[in-house]
Design a binder for this molecule. Structure first.
Ligand code: NAP
Length: 304
């Protein structure tokens, strides 16, 4: 039986792996469908402490991975399909019929951004003009025109953040009223650089001759009219979903599927010896550094 299995290989999983490996647990990391996690889709990470010149997302998490392996973590390519946390031996059932048993488990499966489903969205995602993280990628749009899609707090917060760099930000929302809190909505309406585009959905992202985003084709849902908005970047901020389906009914979650740490803890679930770290439990901060830090906490708890 394994001493510790870590499910997920993003910043949270690797933070847990480094600490648990150094704590002598020789953790087994199940890397999941996206080895390295969400950060691998970010071209340049400029806000991770310690990298003054920035580092590409893939390089950052792969360096964490080498660090974990150096101390004895083992990484397997598998996808978890089911778990049984009812006994003292935690069972983890993976694709291909592999079953792992462990004394302790860290769940670090992350979250996925919801996407709009517009034409060319995925082709231009990650470095060619479509991003789901203004905090990560906003600075690449200095002096450029961008659009942001969504009407919640995230879209509003990110729109305001983008005005630090972009010359103009068009906020495209499918209704004529923001879902965001009053205070956030107020900031949007008062910001001269932000123009709301109401009752509109993005149907297509236009590709320029350089192979990057050149604009968006937008449909007005009230009258069906279609127009084009030229822009260099499209930020999608229509919410996230935690990657926690397989843990449904196995650990406490909130109504959106985020795993709930026990009151007064950051990383302990309601199930003894099952810990959680990163974006599958944190819907507020969602940064590489905070995920890695929560992973470290889970690794420490598992080692204790
Ligand atoms: P959210 O509140 O669920 O808002 C998502 C927005 O995207 C909504 O305006 C929604 O439109 C729109 N949307 C959803 N699916 C869409 C689609 N397929 N096409 C076009 N638009 C779509 O998500 P969030 O903004 O990420 O916020 C999540 C939670 O975190 C919220 O509780 C929020 O308050 C919180 N949060 C707080 C802060 C803060 O306090 N500083 C910052 C960020 C987030 P409709 O309005 O028409 O449904």
């Amino acid at each position: 039986m394994e001493k510790l299995v870590i499910i997920g290989s993003g910043c949270a999983g690797m933070g847990a792996a480094i600490y648990a490996a150094r704590g002598g647990l020789s953790p087994l990391v199940i890397e999941g469908t996206q080895p390295g996690g969400q950060i691998t889709t970010t071209s340049m990470v400029e806000n991770f402490p310690g990298f003054a010149d920035g580092i590409d997302g893939f390089g950052l998490v792969w360096s964490m991975r080498s660090q974990a392996e150096k101390f004895g973590a083992r990484i397997v390519n598998a996808v978890v399909e089911d778990v049984d946390f009812s006994g003292s031996a935690k069972k983890i059932f993976c694709s291909g019929g592999q079953v792992f048993e462990a004394e302790k488990v860290v769940i670090a499966t992350g979250a996925s951004s919801k996407m709009i489903g517009a034409k060319n969205e995925m082709e231009l995602f990650g470095g060619k003009g479509v991003s789901t993280c203004a905090t990560c990628d906003g600075a690449f749009y200095r002096g450029k025109d961008v659009v942001i899609v969504g009407g919640g707090d995230s879209a509003c917060e990110e729109a305001v953040f983008l005005t630090k760099f972009a010359s103009s930000v068009k906020l495209i929302h499918r209704r004529d009223e923001l879902r965001a809190s009053k205070i956030m909505a107020g900031r949007i309406m008062q910001n001269e650089k932000i123009t709301p585009v109401w009752n509109s959905v993005v149907k297509e992202i236009l590709i320029g001759s350089d192979g990057k985003c050149a604009g968006v084709k937008v449909e007005n849902v009230k009258d069906g009219s279609v127009s084009e908005i030229p822009c260099s970047g499209v930020f999608v901020a229509i919410g996230h979903k935690p990657n926690t389906n397989v843990f449904s009914g196995k650990v406490d979650m909130d109504e959106e599927g985020y795993i709930k740490p026990k009151s007064g803890t950051f990383v302990c679930t309601n199930v003894e010896n099952v810990f959680v770290a990163g974006d599958c439990s944190d819907k507020r901060y969602r940064q590489a550094i905070t995920a890695a830090a929560l992973g470290a906490m889970a690794g420490i708890e598992a080692t204790r």
